[in-house]
Design a protein around this ligand. Structure first.
Ligand code: FES
Ligand code: FES
Length: 168
């Protein structure tokens, strides 16, 4: 089947009911998207479909033909990190890191829809599970990326440099 992933046309050899997550990881080797629970409960497998956060472990790839699928690999780069990636570094969010790509994709969809979310907005949108308990740092990083008043824009340049080191 023909899919559009991270702006590129790709062909997947998948049965109609194969979840997108399997296509991403096993066929396309886009392993940034993680398998956690497999039943839409944890959010580790979150990607964007037409800008919406979607759990790829329970979404058949065949339902996504003609849609714009985006994975963590397209969120930013070492040269041009997403504001959330800079904020994640500044707030030292990741611990083991396993849930973090899903967290970032959920946060990116939230900010795209609501550029200045309240704590309640964040708590409502971010129902991803983190075994390391990074929830408070995730919230702080989303506020930072949203340009909360406590964020000094002067931090942007050194953070970009740091992000390049980390992702190199
Ligand atoms: S692996 Fe998809 S929600 Fe947990
Ligand atoms: S950082 Fe370890 S599970 Fe979230």
């Amino acid at each position: 089947m023909d899919l559009t992933i991270n702006g590129k046309a790709v062909q997947a050899d998948a049965e109609p009911d194969m979840p997108l997550l399997w296509v991403l990881r096993d066929q396309l080797h886009l392993t940034g998207t993680k398998f956690g629970c497999g039943v839409a409960a944890c959010g580790a497998c979150t990607v964007h479909v037409d800008g919406q956060a979607v759990r790829s472990c329970v979404t058949p790839a065949s339902a996504l033909i003609g849609k714009d699928i985006r994975t963590i690999e397209s969120l930013g780069s070492a040269e041009q990190p997403h504001a959330l990636q800079l904020a994640w570094i500044a707030e030292q969010v990741p611990q083991c890191g396993y849930c973090q790509s899903g967290m970032l994709m959920a946060a990116a969809a939230l900010l795209a829809a609501n550029p200045h979310p309240s704590d309640a907005d964040i708590d409502a949108a971010m129902n991803n599970i983190c075994r390391c308990g990074t929830y408070q740092r995730v919230r702080a990083a989303i506020h930072r990326a949203a340009g909360a008043p406590q964020i000094a824009t002067a931090q942007a340049a050194p953070l970009a440099s740091k992000a390049a080191e980390v992702t190199a």
